[in-house]
Design a protein. Structure first.
Lengths: 532, 672
């Protein structure tokens, strides 16, 4: 079995193993999960080391790496041709960094799962199933397979939030589920439309192969999404409509304003490890989908809509930042800051410049580490006193100095202090957006200027929180009882936090570790979207 | 390069190596001392000789490769020497000043981080690297201002400092974006070198054109203003000056190093680095901002009572002078003043720190609650702290700019340049040199007020609280630092000729704009006017505050209160801008909850209502129809079941009826 399949199905196997283990061993489940994830990290590290940065990927199967392609479902439909779905995996400069990110964030999430006390068998089985689904999403190149993994993520998440969450967990879970489902139902229609428009040049039958969908030559003349025939659907060019539908599906995940309201609720109600996975990985699936699917399959529509995408990005940055400023719940604050930070991803991608797309990718990776760190930190506090209202705490620095040090690292890293990854990411997203007018004329310069105000806002809400909760004389709402409960971070927490902090600094000082691996893919995508 | 990284080593040693605080202090001093020696060596090698440029590839994105490295030329080696020199003195001073603090190791760590960032800032060879160091400097300043993090005012102050500086950083970042778009490089030498890209770019037909691209001409001005905004925030110029007085919440040693001598000068340094970018309109803005800030801050300094606040406003005012020099084309004069100011202002702060140290000591020992920084409670310290007194007087004379002092040379060079520059300008620009002249007189008055109030007369603390207190000279580690700094307040350190600034060696190291004609008249009249009136003002201050003679009471006048309230700028920011911003954010959040989320909920509710309706329809209509059909069938079956009686007579009767009915039907329809 090859590397990618192992990476995907190893957690599933471990999940099954946990299911068949007797419940009396439930204290060992977490070690099984931890062991699985450690193996996964070793595998993905191996994958990172051996990744050939010169191979671009994007639309050419020969330039993908670790490709696995097996016929999976093949039905002869007589007059309709042959239904062919492949088990088709492969990685390029866009998916590889996100796979590595996934395995690292999963490690942190497992370490945060130590706080889960009820129904461990179900919890870890679902957790590992989720891992499988995410890995599958990032490595599949067949749209049908992608969709299966994409939907498969929803199921464990729904139960993880709905069963192990906070007070309003059912509301949050159902909201999350319906929101995402809404996007993906329409996505399915577009997938079917694409299927009937595209034929595989080799076999001549219709195909779900994403790479085939990226080549205009593979579209049957007169088909709904054909590049040449410019079909109209509901008064809108069909390709533009297809792009919009797919974009909305992924935009819900990112999330962008105004499709973001599931996020604060889901984050606040979810248990800490699930918040970490949500913020650290799931949001990235949105950005990844926009790059891999929206931009690559509908490049012409992407060019047409880039101005709007940029605008949505800027609005998300500012709107998320302003909302974060108004929060009194620490977790909700960080949730809104995610909205703001993910806006940079969209702004960078919309610019279709090397700086912008690389910056956007970097922001996804960086936000993956840093938001995981922030949610982990909130979890540390919440697990001790079951409260996270900002006004209820004061002067925590005296009580928990190490914890405060980590909070400061996390806060300053995510407000974009140079030396941390977020700085590089935000700076390059903005630079990309700014140069866009000169390079390709997609985004006006004022968007970058407005977007940069987001950096100021993030300094505002994070420092204000720091001042209110951590500095000053200690004063807690729970009095002496809390004082005893609020012990400083333990070794397990230190390990998880240090890993994240280290990666944040590493990518901030040596950003080429990530840029180098994705550069050729970024250039290839730009060539595909905007051939000049 | 090693020189810059040594303080970073201090940072790590202090944080992670478990040694006693004293050992960490020694290590920190050793590192910064080594930095100084290396800086000295580099200075001798580079000053007025070939500049040194070393760079390596950092990131490649697309076809664009960003290099990173160090650039040593006259400007950077001078700044290196200055920063490491003053930092060393402050390190030594801190061993006593901060003694016994429970978080001393953090102090050394933060100080190390600051020195690293500051040295990195001055040797960076490209704008992005410089920006990174620029922000790190701000960050370490944040840490140090909030060093006593349990004090509410301190943490408010460091938050404010960071956020206000962030506004400037935005400007810097936007400037970088414009430069990168226009020239495709951020390398300082390529951009601003003698035959660099900026110099070769021209404005033609409303477009700003360079070899690499072009933009509308407005962006050239925008770039200048954006970079200047960065400098305004860091160098505490109007309207972003309000963070600096609050930053005095940090330890005094920190104030002297960061908020007087080095970091705040970074704005001036930035302007010097990218000078060719500024067009005439931006230079005029710089000059006006500088002149206005200098004047405003000096008026505020006249009436403050907190010793550190007076010095803080004095710093703002002096930075205004440097900005003014930059704006009037006297780049070299501005840098010269930067260097001389660094020494005497650092000395003023450290001497004030010695005083505060003693006062705070009294406060702790006697257990009386009073503000150890209030000059109204001081007085007569001349006899109790003679060395502190002498050195502080020297620094004050340098600040005032009296002959034989370093400040005389640098300040006069700025003033004379400003007058010469004004010759070529008209309108508002004519006012600038006069306002600077006025400001320099105000300087003489406020600093002598400070000196006389603190060191002359009787100790008012004793008089007011009726206690007897012990105040003595600062410990030797602090005392010697003061003496060393005092030496650098005299002219020989900068020029062998005490009266002619043009002989100063620093001025010769930088390009002098020779477009202006030397007006000899100015060179005699201005120093004379400055000094004679300054002496007069010092004398008045002595009468009022030293001799305690009757003085006019201004405290009720509007102007006095306006100055005391710091022109109400800070209040305006807090009450209008900050609270406005917070209200807006609350409003946006409510919008998010009520409208955006509300729509989602309405959507959900509508869907739910629809489904309830569907369920009702299903139950009451569709199901009724189905049930009705079943019922009818049942009833029908039952009805017809009645016919199946099994009696032959019934069947005959029925048959007869049917046949009869058939014939009747046929008969009437008439078709057989």
């Amino acid at each position: 079995m090859s590397l990618l399949s192992t990476l995907i199905f190893l957690p599933l196997l471990a999940g099954v193993l946990i299911l068949v283990m007797p419940s009396a061993w439930q204290s060992r489940f977490k070690y099984v999960a931890l062991g699985t994830i450690v193996i996964q990290i070793v595998l993905s590290a191996f994958m990172y080391m051996n990744f050939n940065a010169d191979l671009a990927g994007v639309s050419d199967q020969n330039k993908f790496q670790l490709v696995e392609r097996l016929p999976w479902i093949s039905i002869d439909l007589g007059g309709l041709g042959k239904l062919q779905i492949d088990y088709f995996l492969g990685i390029d400069g866009f998916s590889m960094p996100l796979l590595v990110l996934t395995s690292i964030v999963m490690l942190v999430a497992v370490l945060a799962s130590w706080e889960i006390k009820t129904n461990l068998k179900g919890y870890f089985a679902l957790f590992l199933l989720l891992d499988t689904a995410v890995m599958g999403v990032f490595s599949s190149l067949d749209f049908f397979l992608f969709y299966i993994f994409y939907e498969l993520m929803l199921l464990p998440l729904y139960f993880l939030i709905g069963m192990w969450g906070g007070v309003r967990r059912e509301y949050a879970a159902i909201k999350f589920f319906l929101y995402t489902l809404l996007g993906s139902v329409f996505m399915l229609l577009v997938i079917i439309g694409l299927y009937f428009s595209v034929t595989d040049p080799k076999t001549g039958s219709h195909t779900f192969n994403m790479l085939a969908m990226m080549d205009p030559a593979n579209y049957t003349a007169g088909s709904i999404f054909s590049v040449v025939s410019k079909q109209m659907l509901l008064g809108v060019p069909a390709r533009l409509l297809g792009f919009i539908v797919l974009f909305v599906a992924f935009a819900i995940k990112v999330p962008v304003v105004p499709l973001h309201t599931w996020l604060p609720d889901a984050h606040v109600e979810a248990p800490t490890p699930v918040s970490i996975i949500l913020a650290g990985i799931l949001l990235k699936i949105g950005g990844y989908g926009i790059l891999r699917i929206c931009f690559s399959i509908f490049p012409d529509a992407a060019v047409q809509s880039s101005w709007w995408l940029g605008l949505i990005g800027v609005v998300s940055i500012l709107y998320g930042g302003l909302n974060a400023l108004a929060q009194t719940d620490l977790k909700r604050l960080i949730a809104y800051s995610s909205v703001s930070h993910m806006g940079f991803v969209l702004l960078g991608i919309a610019s279709v410049t090397p700086e912008g797309i690389s910056g956007g990718m970097m922001q996804m990776i960086s936000h993956g580490f840093l938001s995981s760190m922030l949610f982990f930190l909130v979890g540390v506090l919440y697990s001790r006193v079951h409260d996270r209202q900002i006004p209820n705490f004061r002067g925590l620095a005296l009580l928990m100095p190490k914890y405060t040090a980590f909070v400061m690292i996390g806060f300053f890293a995510s407000l974009g202090l140079p030396g941390f990854s977020a700085f590089i990411a935000e700076a390059f997203s903005l630079i990309g957006a700014f140069t866009s007018e000169n390079v390709n004329g997609f985004l006006p310069r004022w968007m970058a200027v407005c977007g940069s105000v987001g950096i100021l806002l993030s300094a505002g809400y994070l420092l204000w929180t720091l001042q209110r909760m951590f500095f000053g004389e200690t004063r807690l709402m729970g009095g002496e009882e809390w004082k005893l409960a609020l012990t400083d971070v333990n070794p397990r927490e230190v390990i998880a936090l240090s890993v994240l902090a280290f990666l944040g600094v590493l990518l901030g000082v040596m950003p080429s570790l990530a840029f180098e691996k994705m550069n050729s893919a970024v250039l290839e995508l730009i060539r595909l979207v905007n051939p000049q | 390069m090693l020189a810059a990284f040594l303080p970073l080593l201090t940072f790590f040693i202090s944080l992670f190596v478990p040694v006693k605080p004293a050992g960490k202090g020694a290590a920190a001093i050793f590192n910064i001392g080594l930095s100084l020696i290396l800086s000295g060596a580099l200075f001798l090698k580079v000053w007025n000789q070939q500049s040194f440029h070393f760079r390596i590839e950092w990131v490649t994105i697309g076809d664009f490769t960003l290099y990173t490295g160090i650039l040593l030329n006259n400007l950077s080696v001078l700044m290196m020497l200055l920063v490491s020199g003053i930092a060393l003195l402050v390190h030594v001073y801190s061993t006593k000043y901060m003694q016994g603090d429970p978080y001393l190791h953090r102090y050394w760590a933060y100080l190390g981080l600051f020195c690293f960032a500051m040295l990195g800032l001055v040797i960076a060879d490209n704008l992005l690297l410089m920006y990174m160091a620029w922000e790190l400097v701000g960050f370490s300043s944040y840490l140090l201002i909030g060093f006593w993090f349990t004090r509410h005012t301190a943490v408010l102050a460091n938050k404010k400092a960071f956020i206000v500086n962030r506004i400037g950083d935005l400007g810097f970042l936007i400037g970088i974006m414009i430069t990168l778009t226009q020239f495709h490089t951020l390398d300082l030498t390529e951009l601003f070198g003698s035959n660099g890209l900026v110099a070769n770019a021209v404005v033609k037909g409303g477009m700003w054109q360079s070899q690499a691209g072009m933009m509308p001409a407005g962006w050239l001005t925008a770039a200048g203003i954006a970079f200047f905004l960065g400098a305004v925030a860091k160098s505490a110029q109007f309207p972003l000056h309000t963070w600096l007085p609050d930053a005095m919440e940090g330890p005094t040693s920190v104030s002297s190093l960061i908020h007087a001598a080095t970091m705040v000068a970074a704005g001036v340094f930035l302007l010097a680095r990218i000078y060719p970018l500024f067009g005439d309109d931006v230079l005029l803005i710089i000059a006006i901002t500088g002149a206005f800030t200098a004047f405003m801050a000096a008026t505020i300094a006249l009436v403050q009572n907190d010793i550190k606040r007076i010095l803080a406003f004095s710093t703002i005012s002096q930075l205004g002078f440097m900005m003014l020099a930059m704006g009037t084309g006297a780049q070299a004069a501005g840098l010269f003043h930067l260097v001389t100011h660094a020494f005497f202002k650092c000395l003023l702060f450290l001497a004030a720190g010695a005083v505060i140290h003693e006062m705070a000591h009294v406060k702790d020992k006697q257990g009386i609650a009073f503000d150890p920084q209030d000059i109204r409670l001081m007085g007569g310290l001349r006899k109790r702290m003679p060395v502190t007194f002498a050195t502080m007087v020297i620094a004050s004379l340098a600040l005032t700019g009296l002959p034989l002092m370093s400040g005389y040379l640098s300040k006069d060079s700025i003033l004379i340049n400003a007058f010469e520059w004004a010759e070529g300008h008209s309108g508002l620009a004519k006012l600038i040199p006069y306002s600077a002249l006025l400001t320099s007189w105000l300087t003489a008055f406020y600093i002598s007020r400070l000196i006389f109030k603190v060191f002359f007369g009787e100790l008012r603390l004793e008089q007011e609280l009726l206690v007897h207190v012990h105040i003595h000279e600062a410990p030797s580690a602090m005392k010697y630092v003061l003496v060393v700094l005092a030496v650098f307040c005299f002219f020989p350190a900068f020029s062998l000729n005490p009266f002619l600034f043009e002989d100063a060696w620093i001025l010769k190291g930088f390009p002098v704009t020779d477009s202006m004609t030397r007006v000899n008249l100015f060179h005699t009249i201005i120093p004379l006017a400055v000094n004679l009136i300054a002496m007069l003002l010092i004398f008045i201050a002595w009468l009022w505050y030293g001799k305690q003679q009757r003085k006019p009471d201004f405290s009720a006048s509007g102007l006095f209160r306006f100055a005391e309230g710091q022109w109400y700028i800070d209040q305006f920011y807090t009450n209008v801008l900050v609270s406005g911003f917070v209200s807006v954010s609350r409003l946006v959040y409510r919008f998010d909850r009520v409208v955006v989320d509300g729509l989602v909920n309405i959507f959900a509710r509508a869907a739910k209502a629809l489904s309830v309706m569907a369920a009702w329809t299903d139950r009451n209509i569709v199901d009724r129809i189905v049930n009705g059909a079943a019922y009818l069938t049942g009833q029908g079956g039952r009805f017809f079941g009645h016919f199946q009686t099994g009696r032959l007579q019934h069947y005959f009767v029925t048959m007869l009826l049917v046949v009869l009915a058939f014939f009747i039907y046929k008969y009437y329809s008439g078709t057989i």
